[in-house]
Design a protein around this ligand. Sequence first.
Ligand code: C2E
Ligand code: MG
Ligand code: MG
Length: 341
Amino acid sequence: IVRNHTMRDSLELTASRIRQEISKPIRLTGHSITVGASLGICHLPGDCDTTEDLFRGAEAAMYNAKQRGRDQACFFDSNIQITARSRFALENELRAAIKNRTLDVFYQPIVNANGLNIESLEALVRWHHPHRGWLSPIEFLGIARSGGLIYTLGQCVLRRVCENWQQAHSQGITLPEISVNLAAEQVSVPELPGLIRETCRQYDVPVSALHFEVTEDSIQGDFNALTDILEELVADGSSLAIDDFGTGYSSLSRLKTLPFSRIKIDRSFISHLPDDEDDCAITLSIIGLARGLGLSVVAEGVETEAHEQWLVQQGCDYLQGYRYSRPLPFDALMEQYFTTS
Ligand code: C2E
Ligand code: MG
Ligand code: MG
């Protein structure tokens, strides 16, 4: 908190000094690491009247700084106030939706290379907001994350998936394996495997009916703890995929050591196939890497025949994308692909 020199110029100077200090390289086990910082600046009085609003305003300005491209300072203003207020309202509504278990899950088929058989389904969270309609994860996962709601959101998704699996089962239909996305906040919790077992038990779903997907960035934490958690999941019968491969911080040694059985190539590499030579080269090397490590490969975001042809020719095992199906609500999925009659 700055009590004197609170004119805009001098605050800008203070902010840039703070950023300079923070960005000095740190040496850590022989590596040089630099970090950046996004700063939010809010005035009391002036921008707000209470200390609570001061922190909330500074936080909102900080998010604004992040949105503008990170590593900069941003002043609070009345436009931000609107987004801060709506963000706050949205966070509360999301908290309620999680508590009341009204979050929904859509399912997207993952098909064999022949494009015909559904190999598995990916569960993707959706939120039907009372005024805004259907919201996709990019519109609320950030809010869930900053509000500390990711873990309970994950639990909510898992419960819904089990409930749906059980619903199908009671109609005599065994669904293919369902892939559930796990956030970093989930895979770092030692109780996660126990919680998954317990939820599956409640709904009478075999744990082996579920796959889990984690992104590269989610496996950057404490290696030993992570290994224990992931190995426990596999020992329980689930299998693990690494999601959005190629976009995050990849540690190949982690990929080799952790019990993954599948790599999912990020959509951003697929969308320009086969014209973009760089994307072709990247996709090919990911397929090669997967082969070498004995892992299966899924291409995400397959939209066209040209994508499909190229990927199948290169030996990609499974395909996922709008070419086959958009993510569907459970009822529509059942009606379209799993009717008994
Ligand atoms: P993801 O796990 O990589 O999921 C694939 C995303 O690509 C989905 O977006 C899907 O709708 C979209 N997609 C699939 N095929 C195509 C295509 O052909 N073209 C295009 N343009 N898009 C396609 P969605 O459902 O918006 O999910 C976005 C991300 O949110 C997911 O990426 C995942 O990282 C995250 N997410 C979704 N559900 C959950 C969840 O239950 N828990 C957590 N922690 N994260 C989730
Ligand atoms: Mg995924
Ligand atoms: Mg993905």
